[in-house]
Design a protein around this ligand. Sequence first.
Ligand code: SAM
Ligand code: DTB
Ligand code: SF4
Length: 325
Amino acid sequence: MAGKSLAEIEAIYHQPLFTLIDQARQSYLAHWDGNEVQLCTLLSIKTGGCSEDCGYCAQSSHYKTGLEKEELLGLEQVMNIARQAKESGSTRFCMGAAWKGVREGTPKFEQVKEIIREVSTLGMEVCVTLGQLTDQAAQELKEAGVTAYNHNLDTSPEFYPSIVSTHTYADRLSTIGSVQKSGMDLCCGGILGMGETVTDRLRMLEVLSAFDPAPESVPINSLMSMPGTPLEEQQPVDIFDLLRMIATTRILLPKTKVRLSAGRAHLSREAQALCFYAGANSIFYGGKLLTAKNPKENEDLELLKLLGLNVQEPRQTCMARAEIH
Ligand code: SAM
Ligand code: DTB
Ligand code: SF4
């Protein structure tokens, strides 16, 4: 199915807020159990010292962010954290590395595949975000046990060059193509609050909604402004803008998991509740994202309990997801 045009997406997004939320809720309930939220644990397996100049990122070597660089974690270290994640209720384990990309046949890629092979024995969904891939590297990651690859578009093609100069939007699309060809699920979303316009955000949704197959998950991040980066002074995203983006994403991609991602630490309980109501059905769980703050585990469990929301069981993805493939 072809994606929607920008004009059609704008018409959805700019409806009266309650009409938009009602439409998103209906679309959500048609495909999902509206009282379930997936918990995903995020782990930075290689931190800082990245060659890229993404203006939002604390891990770029282009900026003095005070972040301590760490080499690739050892297999046992990752396994211990992955086992804990499973015990604490996460059904997805996401490993991130501050790299421009990975290439087949290199020692570092072999090390990462070894980690993936072991983590995949635990039975959680295994997501990695390692930067740019070749077709071959994507194929090998799939064979090692990766279920989903995260590679975000982050914003519109027009705004992208204002936040990154060391790679292009076309590079992002090429990696996304390799992921799709390999048969791994695609996790692909963006960041709000980098100085982009609403049109940029909706252009990103236009690109996302045209992917075939549809992305399995879309993380909606709000900028965590990191000291030392060019975007350190950005103002926080307005909750109604975030809510409109979540609802619009849910309507455009009804069978996709919409992940309320970075920025939750700055949201009230009420704001998060509204995001869940409008169709967000996945969160990063654990007090730290890659380097930035996230709500504490006990606070999240308490909030889910207060709202009467259940933690999603393993592999209970969208009832209709089979139709995507
Ligand atoms: N290096 C790989 C890449 O760029 O694809 C993987 C790691 S990168 C940190 C993954 C994603 O985290 C980025 O695409 C961006 O969406 C998100 N991210 C990074 N820093 C962020 C920040 N300060 N606030 C919100 N999201 C952020
Ligand atoms: C995504 O879209 N958000 C996560 C995950 N994919 C890898 C990362 C958020 C990073 C927030 C900033 C930090 O922790 O440094
Ligand atoms: Fe590197 Fe990824 Fe951060 Fe960009 S977002 S600087 S590629 S770790």
